[in-house]
Design a protein. Structure first.
Length: 255
């Protein structure tokens, strides 16, 4: 059902940036997507967040749902990634956006595992939920996983991600695997971003260090996970992945 155009012109959300790039994370890695990064986050993972510039909401960030819809259609890309910040904070507005797009568009929601909104999730092609590990201060609600179902012909698809920097994060991922295995949901173990500095830092010092550190972190993660593979529930559902865009570009914005 298409939402009223007048409503789309009234509803606004804060958007930090919109850009086209390949998806660098999760099970759709490598897929060309159009990214919409909203401002505002309810967790603010100090120290290890690589998009801290999306935390604060500024007045000039606000644009209408109709403007976003038009920009999406002009992009020529039908795989749309809603990221942040935390896009689920704007569930009502995003549902209107999703219902305004033709069926050919596939919406991928990246969310931090703190907000469950059935209507929002059911409007998506894929919900990629990042359960925050101890290195990020936790804060995600693992009980949300119990409300999810594996993708069927009329269900959204889900993936759960855990970013790993320490052995304690692996312990956390093992516990999460017990929940995802029961729901038959893929669990993505992602290497951390050891040099997630500000954009100004990277402009001064270059991105080579980011790429080298990210590759080394990925190699180390693969080894550690295999060393503990018997502790994971349903190891066949595990994906061990890097941040592809960091390997390619470092911590450069718009990638």
């Amino acid at each position: 059902m298409l939402e009223n155009k007048e409503l789309r012109r009234k509803l606004k959300i804060p958007v930090v940036e919109m850009f086209s790039a390949i998806q660098g994370e999760g099970t759709t890695m490598g897929q060309p997507q159009f990214f919409i990064r909203v401002a505002g986050c309810n967790l603010r993972c100090l120290g290890n967040c690589d998009t801290q510039y999306s935390w604060d909401i500024k007045e000039d960030y606000y644009i209408t749902i109709e403007e976003i819809r038009k920009t999406i259609e002009d992009s020529g890309i039908k795989n749309i990634c809603l990221t942040g910040g935390e896009p689920a904070l704007y569930a009502k507005e995003l549902i209107v956006l999703m219902h305004s797009l033709p069926e050919a568009y596939k919406l991928i929601l990246q969310t931090n595992g703190t907000i469950y909104d059935g209507e929002l999730f059911n409007s998506c092609f894929l919900v990629a939920m990042d359960m925050k590990s101890p290195s990020f201060g936790g804060g995600s609600d693992s009980s949300i996983i119990e409300k999810l179902s594996a993708g069927g012909s009329f269900d959204p698809l889900y993936e759960i991600k855990v970013v790993i920097l320490t052995d304690a994060d692996i312990d956390f991922a093992i516990e999460i695997s017990k929940l995802t295995a029961r729901r038959n949901i893929p669990l993505v173990l992602q290497s951390g971003n050891p040099t997630c500095k500000t954009v100004d830092y990277n402009i001064r010092h270059g991105y080579k260090k980011d790429r080298n550190n990210s590759l080394n972190a990925y190699k180390e993660l693969v080894k550690k996970v295999f060393d503990r593979k018997m502790e994971f529930m349903n190891f066949s559902l595990i994906r061990i992945l890097p941040q592809m865009h960091v390997l390619m570009y470092g911590n450069e914005r718009g990638r």
